[in-house]
Write a protein that binds this ligand. Structure first.
Ligand code: NAP
Length: 281
């Protein structure tokens, strides 16, 4: 069975649009998300443009500041400017950053309620306390897919331990009573773990990584990977090889990606609501 992300993204878009419309009408504000892009990475530009377009559909004004180069002090100054501006409700620093800039250090300067990426340590720490108002969108997207398809109380093998995917996802799964094993590049015999798990979340960034050795006919595969090759996008699963074996699988494209792109705006919405509760307008 295919686990379709587009259908989930559509209903999430409808929800966010309704909430944004309500806030705009009631408060008379124009919600704004500020993107800051440094350098000219083409994938980063594609993602930024996609956010601008999605924002238009939601009634959110997504604007972008582009710089060729920048040092950390200048970037901190820009973040401070938008942090203090009540007309800016979310801030995202586009990845990848040039080598002289460290995302993890920079994101600490964004107030938690404007941290649309959900990667500020405050928001990551909140996940431990079961507060998921602002959470890394990719991790939330995996949860959304499992919940939408009623996949509950399972053993989950996550092949990724990054701050963006594996770590927050493990906490969000624990918050929902899943049992979690995290694997990474130093894990011996990942297949021993994946074959015993109900759900396999793969996010290693390697096309065809997850092949028939990792799965059984009971496996539920959530493929987070994005790999570009010859103008095509591929996941980390050997889709053609395992689709006929497994119980269910997310396609790439059309699986985790569209849900993640939408869940970014759920973070924005929840951050905006916090700002209104704090009386910023
Ligand atoms: P990352 O920081 O490079 O993390 C990759 C993870 O995979 C690391 O934990 C790494 O282990 C592990 N890994 C690499 N090779 C492995 C191997 N041979 N065996 C086992 N584990 C291995 O990347 P990321 O930012 O988390 O992103 C991961 C993938 O997800 C990328 O393809 C990215 O494009 C995609 N992604 C997709 C979405 C979406 O919306 N669909 C969103 C975000 C990211 P170590 O920790 O030991 O190095």
């Amino acid at each position: 069975m295919l686990l379709d992300g587009n259908v989930i993204a559509k209903s999430r878009m409808d929800y966010i649009k309704k909430e944004i419309d309500y806030i705009k009408n009631k408060q008379g504000i124009e919600p704004e998300l500020k993107l800051v892009q440094i350098g000219n990475d083409s994938a980063s530009t594609i993602y930024a443009n996609a956010k601008i377009n999605r924002g238009k559909k939601l009634g959110i004004n997504v604007t972008i500041d582009k710089y060729d180069t920048m040092d950390e002090i200048e970037l901190s100054r820009i973040i401070r400017k938008y942090s203090e501006n009540v007309d800016t409700h979310g801030i995202m620093i586009e990845s990848p950053l040039p080598r002289n800039l460290d995302y993890n250090s920079i994101v600490k300067n964004i107030p938690y309620y404007k941290d649309t990426d959900g990667l500020n340590p405050y928001n990551l720490g909140n996940l431990d306390l079961k507060d998921e108002s602002i959470a890394p969108a990719t991790a939330r997207a995996v949860i959304d897919i499992l919940e939408y398809y009623g996949i509950e109380n399972k053993n989950v093998c996550i092949i990724n331990r990054s701050a963006v995917v594996g770590r927050p996802l493990s906490m969000m799964l624990l918050n929902r009573n899943y049992t979690v094993t995290i694997c990474h590049s130093k894990t011996a015999n990942i297949t021993d773990i994946s074959l015993k798990s109900d759900v396999i979340v793969v996010a290693v960034g390697k096309k065809n990584f997850l092949n028939e050795k990792y799965v059984t006919n009971k496996s539920i595969v959530v493929d987070v990977g994005i790999n570009y090759e010859n103008n095509h996008i591929y996941g980390d699963a050997d889709f053609d090889g395992i689709n006929k074996i497994v119980n269910s699988i997310t396609p790439v494209p059309g699986g985790v990606g569209p849900v993640t792109s939408t869940d970014i705006f759920l973070n924005f919405l929840n951050g905006l609501k916090i700002q209104l509760e704090l009386g910023f307008r």
